[in-house]
Design a protein around this ligand. Structure first.
Ligand SMILES: Nc1nc2c(c(=O)[nH]1)N[C@H]1C(S)=C(S)[C@@H](COP(=O)(O)O)O[C@H]1N2
Ligand SMILES: [Mo]
Length: 225
């Protein structure tokens, strides 16, 4: 193997990537490595919540703004989803198990105006990410409350995070506080900072312009569990 091939570089860095069987290879997007770790990535500090005061606010292109307490969300029907997740910093994790409210079930409670075609996820700490509404309607998109059969840990987004597994994982906002329905698309935090607006990992839509030099071992140095 060429001395400077990507595989060789990864070996030298001792990235804790796992070798996967041939039949799973098609599930790994280009440029990704599979890990059993669950890396923790976010801007700012892990928030602390007073759950009595916590709410999820729904606003923008809706006929009626609504706020949901955590208790109200807990009372809604839940779905379990098994999916692969892909972070733009190159780690992928296969067969992750989530439970929460299927986004399209949640939408039955919201009277979205016909012009509300895009959603901005508003999250802590002032994190925003934009997703077209059609991308949120799929079988694997959750307002997630559980991971691996247990409540989300604070670091992974408790009490509520989005899971939109067919897009790079920065779209899966942790600690969500608000859903804003929009007529026009608007860029969120990473989308304004050089990352791709759509973010399909299989199309390798990492950046909006010039590639941002993310070191290949960036994610390895992150906290994980
Ligand atoms: N609120 C918030 N959500 C966020 C982020 C963030 O900085 N803030 N980072 C995103 C990125 S880049 C990734 S890869 C995933 C990581 O989720 P994890 O820490 O549970 O692995 O969260 C996403 N959601
Ligand atoms: Mo990420």
């Amino acid at each position: 193997m060429a001395k400077d091939s990507k595989a060789e570089r990864i070996k030298r860095m001792q990235i804790p990537a796992v070798d996967i069987p041939e039949e799973l290879v098609h599930r790994v997007p280009p440029g990704q490595v599979v890990t059993d770790r669950f890396p923790i990535l976010h801007e700012g500090e892990v928030p602390n919540y007073d759950m009595a005061a916590w709410s999820l606010r729904v606003f923008g292109e809706v006929n009626e703004e609504k706020s949901f307490s955590y208790e109200e969300l807990l009372a809604l029907p839940r779905t379990q989803v098994v999916c692969d997740i892909h972070c733009v910093t190159r780690w992928s994790k296969l067969d992750t198990v989530w439970e929460g409210i299927l986004f399209r079930d949640f939408l039955k409670l919201i009277d979205v105006k016909p012009e509300g075609k895009y959603v901005m996820l508003h999250a802590d700490n002032d994190y925003e990410t934009n997703v077209p509404l059609v991308d949120l309607m799929g079988d694997h998109v959750l307002l997630a409350m559980m991971f691996d059969g247990k409540p989300l840990t604070p670091k992974h987004g408790w009490p509520l995070r989005l899971v939109v597994p067919h897009l790079y994982f920065w779209k899966s906002a942790k600690w969500i506080q608000g859903l804003e329905f929009m007529q026009e698309d608007r860029e969120g935090f990473w989308e304004r900072n050089g990352f791709h607006n759509i973010a399909d990992p299989f199309e390798e839509q990492r950046f909006s312009g010039e590639a941002i030099p993310i070191p290949e071992d960036e994610w390895v140095r992150k906290d994980f569990d």
